[in-house]
Design a protein around this ligand. Sequence first.
Ligand SMILES: Nc1ncnc2c1ncn2[C@@H]1O[C@H](COP(=O)(O)OP(=O)(O)OP(=O)(O)O)[C@@H](O)[C@H]1O
Ligand SMILES: [Mg+2]
Length: 262
Amino acid sequence: MTTDLAPERRDTSANAPTKVAARVTDLVKTYGTGDTAVTALRGVSLDLNRREFTAIMGPSGSGKSTLMHCAAGLDSVTSGSVQLGDIELTTLKEKDLTKVRRDHIGFVFQSFNLIPTLSAEENILLPLSIAGRKPDRAWFDQVISTVGLADRLGHRPGELSGGQQQRVACARALVSRPEIIFADEPTGNLDSTSGAEVLGFLRRSVDEFGQTIVMVTHDPGAASWTDRVVFLADGKIVTELREPTPELILETMKNIDSNAKG
Ligand SMILES: Nc1ncnc2c1ncn2[C@@H]1O[C@H](COP(=O)(O)OP(=O)(O)OP(=O)(O)O)[C@@H](O)[C@H]1O
Ligand SMILES: [Mg+2]
């Protein structure tokens, strides 16, 4: 898709030293110790390319959320490396990590995590105001019109539908122009119409703004909006698909299930 939107953003990406937004290498994550230890990730290596929409899929308990949390610097790793651009996250002190998360990473969660007493606009601008940064008004307006919320900005979350609330959460993630957005089942609480609205918005922010997005989902239909689907099973990457269709995704999920039972 060609578009004139946000050319300055495109230049930044084009001049970037690498096409990889985030890279995890030999990532191992064990929760707990001794008899009760659970190894959630057993050596995961993955490059997340700039300007790509990547889905992470896999059975419940396969390590999807753990991978996302470790890659986003929300959780410590047991061993291995996590790089965001050229910043190694695993060796950062908590204070620096907080700054990296705030300045370079966007998050969207299944439960929209909006502040109920704030308007949609205030929610969207909250991370910037916490960071003491001024919103770029032209960019804000562009995000708002893309997300289709221009006439809802004064509403509080309770006055919005689930899909609208999640679009507010997406706009909040996008407005600071993060290097990468991590979304953990962003459509998990939505009906299919609202889910499609949110997925359409995420897709457009990749195509039109050059945003990099990683999304965990259980839904083959949701994953088919992405460029690439990475499948986890039992804490390891087992396969991936490019230009995924719902049929191909479903077939791959069935194969993973039967191998696991095998
Ligand atoms: N804080 C924790 N303490 C102990 N074990 C954990 C913790 N978080 C996750 N686990 C375990 O790690 C494994 C992977 O969990 P994770 O949440 O990453 O799976 P998931 O693929 O996101 O599953 P789901 O699809 O159900 O969300 C599971 O066995 C889980 O029980
Ligand atoms: Mg999960």
